[in-house]
Design a protein around this ligand. Sequence first.
Ligand code: ASP
Length: 329
Amino acid sequence: MLSTGGTIASVYDPESGGFAPALSGEQLVHAVPGLDTLARVEVVQVANVASTNMTPALWMQVVRAAESALARPDVAGVVVTHGTDTLEETAYFLDLTLPSGKPSVLVGAQRAASEPDADGPRNLRDAVLTAVAPQSRGMGTLVVLNGEIHAAREVTKTNTLNVSTFLTPEFGALGTIEPDGVRYYRAPLRRQHVSVAPGATLGRVEIVTNYAGADGRVVRGLLDRSGLDGLVVEASGVGNLAEALFEALVEVRALGIPVVISTRVHAGRTLPLYAGRGSGISLRDIGCVFADNLPPHKARVLLLAALTHTKDTDELRRIFSGSDAPGTG
Ligand code: ASP
């Protein structure tokens, strides 16, 4: 179990009047009665932060710790305790980069550990059950909360407070944790592997949004500062933008910076379907890459991993269409 913080490890702090990560991974394990009858759990404390303070550098630490645990023959799987706010980004990065085979399971909670009805202990127990279940092998990185198992690529946080928050709106959960154990009903087919070398530094990829009246000033502001490695655009609809935002992207592409088109619509792909400056066909023609059905924050995760291999438009298009990165598989 790799412990990173979040609400699952948070307690109420009367001085600040709010919740903050405080409990260690060992304390989380001890709060689950009988966990030692389900598995032998070894804890590694990677961090103790709110997941809003997760970074790509911390993802790399989690991946390295997970890799060395999974390489041990006596380890069935890895559980990562995590804040829910950015849990799906870490989960997707692990899903892309860890060797497939043994499962990795992300788990969090909506109610802090100091709440009388905290959901963390039950979720942690369910995550451990999922990690040791033989049926979880080959499923990649999973997200377990509220008795459900979801695929990392597809899951999203849907409610700020409700314990039923992680859902897969387009396709549904993979399975559930029942009184008699883990039960799967489907498998994730759109998984891919994009290796990230141990010493690699992930670049700088920003996200900008389209909205009525978007004029591209935010994008030009990003270009004024050096070091932009890639841009994800949260377009509207099937992948269309305000013309003025498009004109700014023409400048980004002229510098050879990869641009990926996602959408603010919560389900469905982006595609070059409409004509006119700012619409999908014009974005395709300046070398933008369409994000399939990945939301912007997950398109950024894939772009960060892919950029450690290539910034070539055709290669990026291949990767975003669901193929593995060059030299990997
Ligand atoms: N702010 C918390 C975090 O993401 C929320 C949570 O864990 O549910 O760390």
